[in-house]
Ligand binder design. Structure first.
Ligand code: 5GP
Ligand code: ZN
Length: 113
């Protein structure tokens, strides 16, 4: 499958990996929007948030757990961080292997752009 995140997950192309287990993988975004900008992805190719099935509930939970562990590892749990999932065009999704953006290391603004 011609999916850049599947290729990072299977090691075909390199990623700056910060966390992994059997269900999820997390690596640094190439075009960081914050001092720490990490993408948390399911190993399973799930194109968008719309494609999560009831069987995938556990995977989404694992992604949330990974975010918490990454925050601990980076030492940003107390300062805080932001989790974002973009879906399709209006959400600004450009890579159709769904992912959580983990952003930390600066004050975030609201509303997001
Ligand atoms: P989206 O716009 O789909 O929510 O987010 C896609 C993210 O993937 C963008 O922030 C973009 O910088 C990042 N990205 C795109 N291609 C690559 C890549 O090959 N490696 C890494 N590490 N990040 C990528
Ligand atoms: Zn994929």
């Amino acid at each position: 499958m011609d999916c850049i995140f599947c290729k990072i997950a299977d090691g075909t192309i390199p990623g700056d990996i910060v966390f992994e287990n059997d269900k999820v993988l997390a690596f640094r975004d190439l075009n960081a929007q914050a001092p720490d900008h990490i993408l948390i992805i399911p190993r399973k190719h799930i194109p968008t948030m719309n494609d999560f099935t009831s069987e995938d509930v556990v995977i989404f939970g694992e992604m949330g757990q990974a975010a918490k562990e990454i925050a601990n590892t980076l030492g940003v749990s107390e300062q805080g961080y932001r989790i974002v999932v973009n879906c399709n065009d209006d959400g600004g999704q450009t890579v159709h292997h769904t992912h959580m953006h983990f952003l930390a290391g600066r004050q975030m603004t609201w509303p997001p752009g």
